[in-house]
Design a protein around this ligand. Structure first.
Ligand code: CAA
Length: 283
C-alpha cells in the first residue's frame, strides 16, 4: 500500500510533532483540529522547532519552507477524503475516539488506514466501531516526537498483516525504530513506565523522600534522562492518572492502583508543565 498523504487529527503537542516528522520525511500532511486557532498553535510550534534546526544548520531555510508547504491546515473532517492514512492524536478519551473513528470511517476512502496514537486505550475496541477493523492500528509515538526514536505499533485483534507491514515501513521512513506489540492495556511502554511513575509518587506520598530527591536517584543512579516526577509533569498528570486507571481496569489488579496524591493533584488542576504546576512549579 502506497501512503502519500497523511491526515493528523489533533494539533496538540503529539499531533503537531507527528505532523512535523511526516512533513520532514516526504509525506504530504493535513493537520486537522476542531478550530483554526488550535491548528495555528500547532503550526507555530512546528515553525519554532524547524527554526531551531535552521539555526543549528541541520536544515536550510529553503528546506524549512518546503517542509511547511507540505502541511495543509484543516478544520473539516471531510478533508480525510484526500488521505491514504490517518494518524489520530486527539484527547485520550474512549468516547471521543470512538466517535471520531466512526466519522472517519464514513468519510475516508476505502483504502485509507486509520491509525491511533493512543497511549493505552484498546485498539480492538476503537476498531470495532468501524467497518474496516482490519485497517485500524495503533501507532504510538513518544513525546517529544521529533526527538524520540521509538514507535510502538499495536495490532488490534483484526489488524491485517498488510496494514501492519505498511505502517512498519512508514515508521522506518519517518526514521523511527518500531516494535510490534499486541493489544493489551498500556501496550509495553506505559505498562512499564506508568507503574514506575506511580511508585515514585507513592514514595513522595509516604514521605520517603522529596520529589527532587526521588528524581535525583533515578537520574544519577539509573541514568534516566529525566526523573520520574519531572517526566510525569512533562507527560501531564491527568494523562498519567488516566493511563493508571486504564491499567487497573484492564488487568483488574490492585498493583495498578493510582496513588491518592496523583488523584489529589489532578483534582487541584495541578496537571504538570501545561498548567504551570505539578510536582514542580513552572514559569
Ligand atoms: N520538542 C522537540 N525537540 C525537543 C523538545 C521538544 N519538546 N525538547 C527538547 N528537544 C530537543 C532539543 O532541541 C535538543 O535537540 P538537539 O540535541 O538536536 O539540539 C534535544 O531535544 C535535547 O534537548 P535538551 O538538551 O534541551 O535537553 P535534554 O538533553 O534534557 O533532552 C529530552 C530533553 C529529550 C526531553 C530528554 O530529557 C528526554 O529524553 N526525556 C525523557 C523523555 C521521555 O521519556 N519521553 C517519553 C514520555 S512517555 C510518552 O511519550 C508516551 C506516553 O504514552 C505517555
Amino acid at each position: 500500500m502506497n501512503i502519500k498523504k497523511v491526515m493528523v487529527v489533533g494539533a496538540g503537542q503529539m499531533g503537531s510533532g507527528i505532523a512535523q516528522v511526516c512533513a520532514m520525511n516526504g509525506y504530504e500532511v493535513i493537520l486537522h483540529d476542531l478550530k483554526d486557532e488550535f491548528v495555528e498553535r500547532g503550526l507555530t510550534g512546528i515553525r519554532k522547532q524547524l527554526l531551531r534546526q535552521v539555526d543549528k544548520e541541520r536544515i536550510t531555510a529553503e528546506q524549512m519552507q518546503n517542509f511547511l508547504q507540505n502541511i495543509q491546515s484543516s478544520t473539516q473532517l471531510k478533508n480525510v477524503e484526500q488521505a491514504d492514512m490517518v494518524i489520530e492524536a486527539a484527547i485520550e478519551n474512549m468516547e471521543i475516539k470512538k466517535n471520531l473513528f466512526a466519522q472517519l470511517d464514513e468519510l475516508a476512502p476505502e483504502h485509507t488506514i486509520l491509525a491511533t496514537n493512543t497511549s493505552s486505550l484498546p485498539i480492538t475496541e476503537i476498531a470495532a466501531v468501524t467497518k474496516r477493523p482490519e485497517k485500524v492500528i495503533g501507532m504510538h509515538f513518544m513525546n517529544p516526537v521529533p526527538v524520540m526514536k521509538l514507535v510502538e505499533i499495536i495490532r488490534g485483534l483484526a489488524t491485517s498483516q498488510e496494514v501492519y507491514l505498511t505502517v512498519r515501513d512508514m515508521a522506518a521512513k519517518l526514521q523511527k525504530t518500531s516494535v510490534e506489540v499486541n493489544d493489551f492495556p498500556g501496550f509495553v511502554s506505559n505498562r512499564i513506565l506508568m507503574p514506575m511513575i506511580n511508585e515514585a509518587i507513592f514514595t513522595v506520598y509516604e514521605g520517603v523522600a522529596s520529589p527532587e530527591d526521588v528524581d535525583e536517584v533515578m537520574k544519577l543512579g539509573m541514568n534516566h534522562p529525566m526523573g520520574p516526577l519531572t517526566l510525569a509533569d512533562f507527560i501531564g498528570l491527568d494523562t498519567c492518572l488516566y493511563i493508571m486507571e486504564t491499567l487497573q481496569e484492564g488487568f483488574g489488579d490492585d498493583k495498578y492502583r493510582p496513588c491518592p496524591l496523583l488523584r489529589k493533584y489532578v483534582k487541584a488542576g495541578w496537571l504538570g508543565r501545561k498548567t504551570g504546576r505539578g510536582f514542580y512549579i513552572y514559569d
